[in-house]
Design a protein around this ligand. Structure first.
Ligand SMILES: [Cu+2]
Length: 650
């Protein structure tokens, strides 16, 4: 048992009345000020819906020069939906003024919950749908639920002028939820603003599978000989949270909860010889891109740009103590906006806890004696649930100055329903396959998951350069012992296109953000490396409309000059994007990136050919990458002096 620390009782005042720092999350009072300011400026009509209220990030220079107690500006970015029209507003919260308000022609706001689920009645009262269901033997529409999903790219002409959604229905009779019960071959094109079904596409009749999908009801089955395990931290955690700043070991950083991006880390620093040294100004996920790989009706529109398309309802899902995080973790609550403009309280949006990875920070055995020091980790965790999928997202800090960034994918895979009960015999499987059978008449469709992480490195200050160490073959013509070695070739990327990188095993390189003005005792510039983990690149053709929107997935790494308007890797409004906003478009300018404020973008991705084990709910599968110092600590290994016992407190 862990003792409950005081922090659990206090909680973390993300939703406090007044912000204490320019990078704090918007407070409840500030949400209401935004609402009242727009209302008093007559910008809210009875048919206005709020798609989002986000903190407008304060100017970086003002944050870097901020001292505790100083007054600071607070602004909010607001997206409103009125019928089919999208409006963007900027509100000065302290001044209670509308700074800007404009209609965005041709732009679609993110989809709202009332649109996702609110078309059910309109769809089920359409005679064409009633007929199509009757054809399938379904006359009781009470157990049928229909939803619409956004199209993440423009695939039909109506999307240019109308707020279109792609609809489908599911038969929920006898089960708790509708995943795995979709009525195959029946799809709808719906104007979400007018609630009109524009088109019904009915291509094939496939019975709804009846296999068990209720993972909730599976009885517990304790594994034999499983004994109790306990983790104890009797003196409470060894991190502190003061005025919104988290300190642990030598780390310092801030966290805020953002409706679109989830947890955002700010001002990540490491105290070295008593001095905080800057590493990252800001770090967060920036966008997701999930294209499915089946050309049939109802599947060729399934391409999701999850953060930007769905964020009206909030990106994060509540974490459950004892499941997602230790019960005595520190919990961060957050706010999103209801469609009527009022703030919505969301509990347990992130958690913070220490853990023992049961491994050594370093070790060595010499003369039969083993030396070493145990390490520990500080984990900041959140989980996004976007429709069927859940993504657990970790920022894992270690005492060595490293951060492992990890994504665990779980949740329910999307399935297509088949006339065939199971796969053909192995010897008959020669042709292209769009998925794998995961249950009777149930096929998990092939798809990808891509995440773009935005990493605004400020290594020892904002002005950084991006350096690679390429490892290249060197032939040794006259060496009696060897014919070849590899050598490291350092080079600094001059412009953005020099820093668009892919992992190539035969052309390895180290990717580093370095400060050319800060050199240590060994005369190397202070640097931080981004070490890729297992990842993937998109195989879609670059001229495929979805790929134009999710262009960030074409490469593993990008570097851009800092621009406060470039925050979302697939653009600010992906639903109506034609690929003219986002990393692929920005980097065409090939801007200089030497000794200036630069931002790195890491693509974490994986292709997903499903398996029986992924059904009816997928075991968590982790992918990660690692950020670590390189010549940042030129006095040597910074953890030689770690305590020999893990229980020792710093
Ligand atoms: Cu998947």
């Amino acid at each position: 048992m862990r003792l409950l620390p005081l922090l659990l009782i206090i909680g973390v005042e993300v939703c406090a009345q007044s912000p204490t720092h320019p990078l704090d999350s918007l407070t409840k009072t500030e949400y209401w000020t935004v609402y009242d300011t727009l209302q008093q400026a007559s910008r809210i009509t009875p048919d206005t819906l709020f798609a989002s209220i986000l903190l407008h990030p304060p100017a970086k220079a003002s944050v870097l020069s901020y001292h505790s107690g100083q007054p600071f500006a607070r602004e909010a970015d607001v997206v409103l939906l009125r019928g089919e029209k999208t409006f963007a507003a900027r509100v000065d919260i302290a001044g209670k003024k509308v700074v800007s308000f404009e209609e965005l022609p041709g732009v679609q706001a993110p989809i709202l919950g009332s649109e996702l689920f609110g078309e059910d009645e309109a769809i089920k009262s359409d005679p064409r749908v009633v007929e199509a269901l009757k054809k399938r033997g379904i006359t009781d529409l009470g157990t049928i639920s229909c939803i619409v999903l956004p199209g993440a790219y423009q695939s039909i002409p109506e999307q240019a002028t109308q707020r279109m959604g792609f609809g489908s229905c599911a038969e929920r009779h006898g089960v708790y939820h509708s995943w795995g019960r979709t009525i195959e071959g029946l799809t709808l094109q719906v104007n979400m603003a007018t609630r009109k079904v524009l088109k019904v596409v009915d291509t094939e009749m496939v019975p709804v599978p009846t296999g068990n999908i209720d993972y909730e009801g599976i009885p517990e089955n304790p594994r034999p000989h499983t004994t109790p395990i306990s983790i104890s931290q009797p003196a409470g955690p060894s991190y502190k949270i003061e005025n919104g700043e988290i300190s642990w070991q030598n780390w310092l950083f801030r966290v805020r909860i953002d409706a679109r991006l989830g947890t955002i880390l700010n001002l990540v620093r490491f105290v070295d010889h008593g001095q905080p040294r800057s590493i990252l100004y800001e770090a967060s996920v920036s966008e997701l891109f999930v294209p499915y790989m089946d050309p049939s009706n109802g599947w060729n529109n399934r391409v999701f740009v999850d953060a930007g398309e769905f964020f009206a309802t909030g990106f994060l899902a509540p974490l459950r103590p004892g499941l997602d995080c230790p019960a005595d973790a520190t919990w961060f609550d957050g706010l999103t906006v209801n469609e009527n403009g009022s703030p919505k309280f969301n509990s347990n949006q992130a958690c913070l806890f220490e853990r023992d990875p049961e491994s050594a920070a370093w070790r060595h055995t010499e003369d039969g004696e083993t030396y070493g020091r145990p390490t520990r980790e500080l984990v900041l965790r959140s989980a996004a649930t976007i429709g069927n999928y859940d993504y657990i997202m970790d920022w894992r800090f270690d005492p060595v100055g490293g951060i492992e960034v990890a994504v665990g994918a779980t949740g329910v895979i999307e399935t297509k329903h088949m006339l065939a009960e199971k796969a053909p015999d192995h010897e008959d499987r020669g042709g292209p396959e769009y998925g794998q059978f995961v249950g009777p008449h149930t096929m998990g469709v092939n798809h990808d998951h891509f995440f773009s992480f935005r990493l605004d490195f400020d290594v020892d200050g904002p002005n950084n350069s991006f350096m690679t160490h390429r490892m290249v073959l060197q032939h040794l013509a006259n060496d009696p012992m060897r014919k070849s070695i590899w050598v490291a070739q350092p080079s600094v990327a001059a412009n953005e296109k020099d820093a668009i990188l892919d992992i190539q095993l035969d052309k390895p390189s180290m990717w580093m953000f370095m400060n050319p003005s800060v050199k240590g005792a060994l005369n190397y510039p202070s640097a931080y490396e981004v070490m890729p983990g297992a990842t993937a690149k998109s195989l879609l053709s670059p001229d495929d409309p979805p790929q134009k929107v999710g262009a960030f997935s074409e490469h593993q790494f990008w570097v851009t000059p800092y621009n406060e308007n470039e925050r979302y890797a697939a653009g600010t409004y992906p639903i109506s994007s034609k690929g003219t906003d986002g990393l692929g478009a920005w980097t065409q300018a090939n801007r200089p990136i030497v000794n200036t404020d630069i931002v790195g973008w890491y693509t974490l991705g994986f292709h997903h050919i499903t398996r029986a084990e992924d059904w009816p709910i997928m075991p968590t599968m982790w992918h990660s990458f690692y950020i670590r110092p390189v010549h940042f600590f030129q006095g040597g290994n910074p953890v030689l002096d770690l305590p020999k016992s893990l229980s020792a407190r710093p």
